[in-house]
Design a protein around this ligand. Structure first.
Ligand code: HEC
Length: 268
């Protein structure tokens, strides 16, 4: 005889299993220490202010230089949720809108006045910051993913100011030299916070190739990059960080970036 309770439990387990398989990727603000977010926020605000000054002064400001500035406003707005500074978040997103509208002088003036004042910390896992102008764009190819990924690029690309040099710094840190490169723990901490947040944007905004062909693999590499970035922050903020563990995780992170690019980046 069938036991109705058993059937019910079985169905619930099945439903739970299916839910895990079919639920969308849970992108959100990474769970990292507030102090680490603060360090990244200070560094990114400085980067943004400098970049906007350059754009404001340039005779022909380049879009390639402006993109990382837009991205930095998204990053800063996301950090602000965790740091508990809602006023800063609102203001920095206005800067982002101005940059995207190519109003560089206005954006530079606004950004100059901003400082982050951490308040009651927000909970991790909340939504990533959005830019109203991006939400209105029909062509998703020019919004979150390429904009935030740009931050990984070299400081200069074809002599034009570009990203935060993360990709190159990462490769330099894991170079197989003897002795191995010295590790700057604060620099690694900031790199990993940035990488965690950028990869959350990637998780939330797969490109066309991933959407059409293999979203699961996209999610896998994005999540792996987020997890490794978080683990790197955990290791470098320990009382006695283990350089070997840090190097291993940085190497795995670099591999995750490369795997995803190999499969999903359009040739450029
Ligand atoms: C889930 C997939 C995925 C992961 C993980 C990923 N990327 Fe990317 N990345 C992309 C795609 C797709 C592009 C092309 C974006 C575009 O321009 O449309 C890209 C672009 C880039 C660019 C070029 C930006 C430019 O326009 O100049 C750099 C640099 C980069 N990624 C570095 C990294 C680094 C470093 C990591 C790891 C820490 C990483 N990526 C992780 C998918 C990924």
């Amino acid at each position: 005889m069938n036991n109705p309770l058993r059937i019910l439990v079985g169905c619930a387990a099945l439903a739970a299993g299916l839910w895990v398989v079919s639920s969308p990727a849970p992108a959100g603000t990474p769970d990292l220490p507030k102090e680490s977010y603060k360090k990244a926020a200070d560094a990114d605000l400085k980067f943004l202010q400098t970049r906007l000054d350059e754009l404001a002064k340039a005779d022909e400001p380049s879009l390639r230089s402006a993109k990382p500035a837009t991205a930095a406003t998204l990053m800063l707005a996301t950090y602000a949720d965790i740091l508990g500074d809602a006023a800063f978040k609102a203001e920095i997103l206005k800067v982002g809108e101005a940059v995207y509208a190519k109003k560089y002088k206005e954006a530079a003036e606004m950004a100059k006045k901003l400082t982050i004042k951490p308040g009651t910390p927000g909970k991790p896992g909340g939504p990533l910051a959005k830019l109203a102008a991006f939400e209105k764009e029909k062509d998703k190819d020019i919004t979150y993913l390429p904009t935030t990924m740009k931050l990984f690029s070299n400081t200069q690309v074809l002599k034009i100011p570009a990203g935060l040099n993360i990709e190159k710094d990462l490769k330099d840190m894991i170079a197989k030299t003897n002795p191995p490169p010295k590790l700057d723990l604060t620099a690694i901490e900031i790199l990993a916070v940035r990488s965690a947040v950028i990869n959350e944007y990637a998780l939330l905004h797969p490109n066309e190739k991933a959407r059409d062909k293999d979203l699961k693999t996209w999610d896998k590499w994005a999540k792996q990059s987020i997890d490794l970035s978080k683990e790197i922050v955990t290791e470098v903020t320990k009382k006695t960080p283990d350089p070997k563990v840090i190097r291993t995780k940085l190497t795995l992170l670099d591999a995750a970036c490369t795997e995803c690019h190999g499969k999903f980046r359009f040739d450029d």
